[in-house]
Design a protein around this ligand. Sequence first.
Ligand code: 0O2
Length: 220
Amino acid sequence: MKRHKKGDMQLVKIENFLEYKEPITVKDKTFEKLMFIYSIAIRELETKIGILQDESKIFYDYDLIDHVSSRIKKPESIMNKMEKRGYPFTYQEMIENINDIAGIRIICPLKKDVFSVKDLIKKIPGIHILKEKDYVTNPKESGYSSYHMILEVPVTLSQNMIYVKVELQIRTLAMDFWANLEHKIKYKPEGTVNKKVSKELVSYAKAIHKLDNKMMLLNN
Ligand code: 0O2
């Protein structure tokens, strides 16, 4: 295969990498190529996050990050989200509008660690921040709390460097505990939930918020 020198490499956004006007067919080669590119973006970013995690331990004797998880959104979840939001089923619409095809979650011990991690992520060279939502300072009505970022991560292939979108969720262990259970109970459309349960979940989220603040003080 003919290889270009790094200096010759084209830097393109994923939207401009292939011809994406055609309709989505989840079993075709275009879909496979796209999911591969998203998975590389996850690998690249996870490596960088792992370095931050290890650096904190080795240099500062501090566990800034408890653990990291990642996933590629399932084809049926991508299609459901597009249908729900009324986007035409083309690759172009998918790439432009579905920001969480590649997702990484960083779980921190304490609330202040969430903000330290997001500051460190912002300093990683070459990464673009497209969107930020601070549901830690301002939780959602449901009680959901987490720091969200939509990033563009450069992925280097043999011929091109491509910017790929990744959704990053950063939260504490306690917020994660709540979000995982609440998601199971309520967030998915199949799960119908009555007002009493919703109210209770909000009150548990408030309790977790208090707990996170107390744990932070205890740790000072
Ligand atoms: P799923 O099934 O978890 O993937 P965007 O994604 O940027 O186009 P949106 O939907 O406004 O726009 O994003 P937001 O509010 O940042 O939420 C993105 C993700 O956060 C959701 O993805 C959930 O994973 C999580 N989330 C948001 N609100 C809640 C909540 O109330 N409870 C729980 N448990 N999780 C929440 P999806 O694709 O909507 O769902």
